[in-house]
Design a protein around this ligand. Structure first.
Ligand code: PLP
Length: 300
């Protein structure tokens, strides 16, 4: 009996080995394991860079232009030059092909840092090329929108430019780790009593049937999924307002949900151990989720 099982395992291992991930690195597509980043890279030394994550559904990338625009804006805000954010379109497409994901569900990650230069805080010389790195990986869903997820709240210890999608994510990592340790999926970051967003997702609430979410200031990332959700609310006649949502109001919320490229629209059914509403995903989420899926299907 033991013999055939061993044989099957061997075959599976060989298969995994054959699908070697191909990465994009400074203009070239090559096996990810061959990528070598300089120890002088300012992304490594200072977290001096930006990134983007896009999701492809059956080979079609959702809201790609919006992600490109955010990347362009982030590069501009950090004054990183030498890469045109529009090139992400071509790189993402090629990576999906190279990794056999042209028809599948996948995530494409791209990171641009200010490049490698002797370590000093001020910018290196203008001739320093940015470091470009991107990967495409099969998408693995986290959480079930029909069941929802638990979240905790955490103090927001990030800097004051959360609108830039910087690779400097240490406060996000620390808060997310707290969430994992509490058996939750995400941590909602709270600054000055205002519940702003998750560590890797936007945060939406429903009070009296109205969707409310923090305004897009420097204290949140302007989430692409958040923007799509707000637009869907407006076109479907769901009342919606961008206004601060206070931590001490949350216990009376009818619904809470997360929005993000990987989570799509994910209901929160438990906040700091307490049920949200009746402890199940609510009707506003359901409606928006259906509209969102419709948008994904239509590819608009
Ligand atoms: C802090 C933060 N807020 C919100 C989001 C959601 O943004 P998007 O919908 O563009 O994925 C992310 C995504 O990574 C994030 O890191």
């Amino acid at each position: 009996m033991a013999q055939p099982v061993t044989t099957i395992r061997k075959v599976e291992r060989t298969k995994v080995k054959a699908a070697e991930p191909i990465a994009y690195f400074n203009g070239k597509y090559a096996p990810k394991r061959s990528v070598k980043i300089s120890p002088d890279d300012r992304g490594f030394l200072f977290g001096d860079g930006v990134y983007e994550v896009v999701r492809s559904y059956g080979g079609r990338i959702f809201a790609l232009e919006e992600h490109v625009e955010r990347l362009r804006r982030g590069l501009g805000e950090l004054r990183i030059s030498g890469f045109d954010a529009g090139d992400f379109v071509r790189i993402a497409g090629k990576l999906l092909e190279e990794n056999d994901l042209a028809d599948g569900d996948a995530l494409v990650y791209m990171q641009v840092t200010r490049g490698a230069a002797p370590r000093r805080h001020a910018f290196p010389t203008a001739s320093t090329a940015p470091t470009l790195y991107a990967t495409a990986t099969p998408f693995e869903p986290k959480g079930d929108p029909a069941r929802g997820v638990a979240v905790i709240t955490q103090p927001d210890t990030r800097w004051a430019r959360c609108d830039i999608k910087s690779v400097n994510l240490l406060p996000n990592c620390l808060a997310n780790q707290r969430a994992q340790e509490a058996g939750a999926t995400e941590a909602i970051l709270v600054r000055d009593g205002v519940a702003l967003e998750g560590t890797a997702s936007s945060f939406l609430t429903v009070f009296n049937g109205e969707v409310r979410t923090a305004p897009a200031t420097n204290y949140i990332l302007p989430g692409v999924t958040r923007a799509v959700a707000l637009e869907l609310c407006r076109s479907a006649g769901i009342p919606v307002r961008e206004t601060p949502v206070y931590l001490d109001e949350l216990e009376s919320a009818e619904e809470l949900f997360l929005a993000g490229t990987t989570l799509e629209l994910m209901p929160i059914v438990k906040l700091d151990g307490q049920p949200v509403g009746d402890g199940r995903p609510g009707p506003v989420h359901r409606r928006l989720y259906d509209l969102f899926r419709e948008r994904v299907r239509s590819g608009a």
